[in-house]
Design a protein around this ligand. Structure first.
Ligand code: NAI
Ligand code: 15L
Length: 263
């Protein structure tokens, strides 16, 4: 993978990947709504609002692969998710098709499956059960990825990222945490593996309390090194605000926000 574009490069995961992918790419193209001032030697910046197809196409031009992180990272109105996340992801895939980028690593989210109960173990073939408009937007992105593989041969890894944090901050993260080094390794493997096809993968560390398994794709070669368990005693020592709906579903507070179902 010679030239890699990172959308949403000004964000938290983008910052980690700029360092983490520096020796994987000959050139790292960075794009975002927000300018990035300080560039490393092999980086270039391409200001692009994901809502603007011409700008996205110009950012994608010349890229062999795209790591698509840009968009709203939390729940929001349907209109905002439609514009930034759904239309934005469509623009990335269509630009990849027209500009000849052959692989996309799509930052999906655990909120595409957030209405599964915590007692349910999931794998790559598990049903999508989005927990709000944000999760619905990620589910649509995964379907776009599937169609662009089936019809156009553009490979994709849809990463259902859990909670990307320096360290877990609440008990739910004992299942959902992905450490910085593990996320970098996962994205690198998705870029480097010779054949990827269409893959749905969970972005979590080797957490012993995890609800998710990547065992269906051993060929990716992702071998996470961290386990959130070492933080368990410390996290349970803090006072916890009871939210039975959040506690029941994998999406936690995203699942309980606006929940009106009885029973
Ligand atoms: P972030 O908010 O730090 O970064 C997102 C970037 O996207 C920002 O720099 C923002 O300016 C940019 N952006 C937003 N709308 C845009 C638009 N219309 N055009 C161009 N750029 C736009 O978020 P973070 O944490 O780095 O997440 C990156 C991706 O990973 C997001 O897609 C998020 O949904 C996904 N993700 C993150 C998780 C986490 O734990 N941080 C968990 C699951 C998924
Ligand atoms: C996400 O998809 C969000 O982008 C992130 O901010 C966290 O809320 C994460 O999920 C999570 O579920 O912890």
């Amino acid at each position: 993978m010679a030239t890699i574009l990172i959308t949403g490069a000004a964000g938290r995961i983008g910052a980690a990947l700029r360092t983490g992918l520096a020796d994987t790419a000959t050139t790292l193209r960075l794009s975002d709504l927000k300018p990035i001032d300080r560039l490393a030697p092999r980086e270039s910046f391409h200001l692009a609002d994901l809502r603007d197809f011409a700008a996205v196409r110009a950012a994608v031009a010349g890229s062999d692969a795209v790591v698509h992180l840009g968009g709203i990272p939390i729940d929001d109105t349907f209109e905002n998710i439609l514009d930034h996340n759904i239309r934005g992801t469509y623009h990335v895939y269509e630009a990849a098709r027209l500009e000849g980028a052959r692989r996309v690593v799509f930052a999906s989210s655990n909120h595409a499956i957030g209405m599964h109960e915590r007692t349910t173990a999931l794998h790559g073939g598990s049903d999508m059960r989005p927990d709000g408009f944000y999760g619905l937007g990620k589910a649509y992105g995964e379907l776009l990825a599937r169609t662009y593989w089936d019809k156009h041969g553009i490979e994709s890894a849809c990463l259902r990222i859990g909670s990307f944090l320096e360290r877990p901050v609440e008990p739910r993260n004992l299942a959902t945490w992905i450490s910085v080094p593990d996320l970098i390794q996962l994205v690198r493997r998705c870029l480097e593996v010779p054949k990827l096809g269409y893959a749905v993968l969970y972005g979590c560390s080797d957490n012993r309390r995890s609800w998710w398994s990547n065992a269906h794709r051993p060929d990716i070669g992702y071998a996470p090194r961290d386990d959130a368990e070492r933080f368990a005693a410390e996290l349970y020592a803090k006072p916890i605000q009871a939210d039975p709906v959040a506690e029941r579903f994998q999406g936690g507070p995203f699942a309980s926000a606006g929940y009106t179902r009885k029973g």
